[in-house]
Design a protein. Structure first.
Length: 207
């Protein structure tokens, strides 16, 4: 999703935010008492998220796991952030903020499809998301090239590892790669994630 300027006003408690959010017509993130309205993403943005959910879902047959779209709110209990990741995956019993069951407090995988206006924010959210002990994978998916930035936590805990999947400049080369999610026993070709997406064939190296 794409963030637009924060809604002005007094600082809200978690309970006040959730009450407002559940009655609102449009989704908003929350951080430190402030709410931030979210605007819809591009068609490529939505299609990539849908492709990932489909690809993961195909590999979850028989497993006690559930995928969610950006309609599911996520709140790491150790932080003050409430946000809507583009894709959430939970394996095992789901944990929710309250009985409404519309706000997850755990996930094993979260993914964001990067947009020009939100790429910095999506990176900053990882600081909060990683406070969930259940989280093992965080994906930053570029929508103009076949390139995924994959943060993975080793099965035995410890420091997060950073991996690049695909290619930051050459989409043809990038599409030959696969996303490996060892703890979930998954290997997903990037051709599935970028199915029906128009990618730039070559981009100058990023700074």
């Amino acid at each position: 999703m794409e963030a637009i300027p924060a809604i002005p006003g007094s600082r809200l408690t978690h309970a006040e935010y959730l009450a407002l959010e559940r009655a609102a017509e449009h989704k908003s993130d929350y951080y430190r008492g402030e709410i931030f309205a979210m605007a819809g993403g591009s068609s490529s943005h939505s299609r990539i998220a849908a492709n990932l959910i489909t690809a993961v879902g195909r590999r979850l047959d028989g497993k006690a796991c559930q995928t969610y779209t950006s309609d599911m709110l996520v709140h790491p209990l150790a932080t003050d952030l409430f946000a809507y990741p583009d894709v959430s995956l939970v394996c095992g019993e789901e944990q929710f903020a309250d009985d409404e069951q519309d706000c997850l407090t755990d996930a094993c995988l979260l993914a964001e499809v990067l947009s020009p206006s939100t790429h910095k924010y999506d990176r900053e959210k990882f600081f909060h998301y990683q406070q969930m002990t259940s989280l093992g994978h965080y994906l930053l998916i570029h929508q103009d090239r076949a390139w995924i930035e994959h943060f993975v936590r080793p099965d035995n805990g410890g420091e997060w590892l950073y991996r690049q999947v695909g290619h930051p400049d050459d989409s043809a080369a990038g599409l030959k790669s696969s996303l490996i999610l060892n703890s979930l026993e998954m290997e997903i070709p990037l051709t599935e994630i970028y199915r029906r997406i128009s990618l730039a064939p070559f981009l100058p190296p990023t700074e």
